[in-house]
Design a protein around this ligand. Structure first.
Ligand SMILES: Cc1ncc(COP(=O)(O)O)c(C=O)c1O
Length: 458
C-alpha cells in the first residue's frame, strides 16, 4: 500500500515511530532520568527554564567540546541545538576559553565600565550599521529596552508585533506568541492574545498584532490607531516556526510605511544576528532598522545582549530620558568572550566555512526528501536552517498552525537516537551550525534523516 503524506495512514505510522523512538531514547538515558527525579525536589519542574524539559524528557548535559556535546549518560552528540542557537563559535573554542580564563583571574564584575566594552561596540556598529550601543544580559532584556526606547522616543503607548513571534518574556511582547487558532481572530487583523493570565488586558491591548509579510495590515493598524503607535518590533526572518523569510521587498516597504507614520522599526536579531550573515538579517537583507536587538551568539556562550540604534534614538539614552541599566550590563567576563568571538573567531573565513557546511546540509537534505518522496523543504541561511515537513511553504503563523507537528518531533527523535542533538520542539526550532562543525558532522545528520525517511516510506 502506498501511504500518502499527511493521511491518517501515514500519521498512524508516525505515531508508531514516535512511540518506538521515545522508548529508545528513554531507555538509553537512565542517568538523565535519575538526575531529573532528584532535581524535581528542589527545582520547579526539575529544570532551570521551562523549555529545557522537552518531550519525552530533559536530557542533562555533562560537557561540550568543538561541535559535540556529551550527556550525563556518556553519549556524545553532534550538537545542532547549540544552546538554542547561541553557540555559533562551538563549544570551548580555544580563543574564547583563553579570553575567559585570562579575564576570570583579573576579577569578573565591578559594575564599572571596562575597556573591552569599546572594541565590542565598534565591531557591532560595523556589522549592523548602528552607530551607538548598550549592553544587556539576554535577548529579553534587549527587546525590553528596545520597546521602551521606542515608546519614550515617540511618547506614544502602542506597539506593533507580528503574530506568532517570540521576543522574550517581558509583558509587552508576551502577546500572540503561539496563540490557539480559536483565539487568533481574523487573519487580516489578528486579536492580541496574552500568553498567560498574568498579562493585564491593558498591556495586551497596547500590543497590536499583524500577520508576517503583510504591509497592508500594518497600514490598517496604524490608521486605526492614529498618533498612538510608537514602533514595531519584528524578527526580520521568523525563527520560531522553522525558518521563514520575508516576501520580496517586505522589509523595505514596511520601513517606508512606518516612516510615513513617523513610527520606529526594531529588528529583533537575537537569533539571526551573526548567524544568518556576518551582519545578521540586516546585512543579509539590506534593510537597516532604527534599533537592532542582539543576544545569543554575540557572547560566545556567556549570558549576553546588546541594543544598537541610530544616534537620534540613542540621544534619549544619553540625556537619561530612558535609562538602559543593569548591574551586570557590560560584565567583564561577557565582554572578554564577546571580543574574542567577534574579533578572533567570527572571521570572514569562519563565516565562509559555515556557509559551505550549510550548502552541504541543504543539498543533502533536499536529496533525501526527493528520493523518498517526503513532503517538505529545506530553508537555510548561514548557520541556521530547518527541514520543514510541509508540502507547501510556511509563510506566516497561520500556515504554521495548519501542518502536523508530529513530523518534526519524530525527526528530532531519529536524529537524537542517531547521535545528533537538534533543538527540541521539532516543528518550531531550527539547527544552528558552528564554526567548529565539519563535513562529517553534517553527514551524520544526513544519514539520520535518511534513516527516518526509510522508516517512514519503506
Ligand atoms: C527572536 C528572539 N528574541 C528574544 C529572545 C529572548 O532571548 P533570551 O532567551 O536570551 O531572553 C529569543 C529567545 O529565544 C528569541 O528567539
Amino acid at each position: 500500500m502506498t501511504i500518502t503524506a499527511g493521511t491518517e495512514a501515514e500519521l498512524a505510522v508516525i505515531d508508531g515511530l514516535i512511540a518506538e523512538q521515545e522508548a529508545a531514547l528513554l531507555e538509553r538515558t537512565p542517568a538523565s532520568a535519575r538526575i531529573m527525579e532528584e532535581a524535581r525536589g528542589s527545582l520547579a519542574g526539575g529544570v532551570a527554564s521551562s523549555w529545557q524539559d522537552a518531550p519525552p524528557r530533559a536530557i542533562w548535559i555533562d560537557h561540550g567540546k568543538g561541535s559535540k556535546i556529551t550527556d550525563v549518560d556518556g553519549t556524545t552528540y553532534v550538537d545542532l541545538h547549540n544552546g538554542f542557537g547561541a553557540m555559533l563559535v562551538g563549544h570551548a573554542h580555544p580563543a574564547v576559553v583563553k579570553a575567559v580564563q585570562e579575564r576570570v583571574a583579573l576579577g569578573t564584575h565591578f559594575a564599572q565600565p571596562v575597556p573591552d566594552l569599546i572594541p565590542v561596540a565598534e565591531e557591532l556598529a560595523r556589522r549592523f550599521d548602528q552607530p551607538k550601543w548598550r549592553y544587556t544580559n539576554s535577548g529579553t532584556e534587549s527587546t525590553l529596552a528596545a520597546v521602551n526606547l521606542m515608546r519614550v522616543v515617540k511618547n506614544r503607548p502602542k506597539l506593533i508585533k507580528v503574530e506568532g513571534t517570540y521576543h522574550g518574556h517581558h509583558d509587552a511582547v508576551q502577546v500572540s506568541v503561539y496563540p490557539d487558532l480559536e483565539d487568533c481572530g481574523p487573519v487580516e487583523s489578528p486579536h492580541s492574545v496574552p500568553v498567560h493570565r498574568g498579562i493585564s488586558p491593558e498591556v495586551a491591548a497596547n500590543t497590536l498584532v499583524v500577520p508576517y509579510g503583510d504591509v497592508a495590515a500594518v497600514r490598517r493598524a496604524l490608521e486605526a490607531n492614529p498618533g498612538q503607535v510608537a514602533g514595531m518590533i519584528i524578527e526580520p526572518m521568523m525563527m520560531n516556526i522553522g525558518v521563514v523569510t520575508p516576501p520580496p521587498n517586505y522589509l523595505a516597504d514596511l520601513k517606508e510605511e512606518l516612516q510615513r507614520h513617523d513610527v520606529l522599526l526594531t529588528f529583533d536579531e537575537v537569533k539571526t544576528g551573526l548567524t544568518v550573515h556576518p551582519g545578521g538579517a540586516t546585512g543579509l537583507l539590506g534593510v537597516t532598522p532604527d534599533i537592532v536587538c542582539l543576544a545569543k551568539s554575540m557572547g560566545g556562550g556567556l549570558p549576553c545582549g546588546a541594543v544598537g540604534a541610530s544616534a537620534e534614538v540613542m540621544a534619549l539614552v544619553e540625556d537619561d530620558s530612558y535609562e538602559v541599566v543593569g548591574t551586570f550590563n557590560g560584565n567583564p567576563l561577557t565582554m572578554a568572550a564577546a571580543k574574542a568571538t567577534l574579533l578572533e573567531v567570527l572571521t570572514p573565513e569562519a563565516h565562509a566555512h559555515v556557509e559551505a557546511l550549510r550548502d552541504r546540509m541543504v543539498a543533502g537534505a533536499e536529496d533525501v526528501l526527493g528520493r523518498y518522496g517526503i513532503e517538505g523543504y529545506v530553508s537555510a541561511y548561514g548557520a541556521k536552517g530547518a527541514v520543514t515537513f510541509s508540502a507547501t511553504r510556511i509563510n506566516n503563523f497561520r500556515d504554521f498552525l495548519a501542518y502536523d507537528g508530529r513530523y518534526g518531533h519524530v525527526h528530532w527523535l531519529f536524529q537524537h537516537n542517531g547521535g545528533v542533538f537538534l533543538p527540541p520542539w521539532g516543528k518550531v526550532e531550527q539547527w544552528t551550525l558552528s564554526v567548529q562543525h565539519t563535513n562529517d558532522d553534517v553527514d551524520v545528520f544526513l544519514m539520520n534523516l535518511e534513516t527516518f525517511a526509510k522508516a517512514l516510506k519503506g
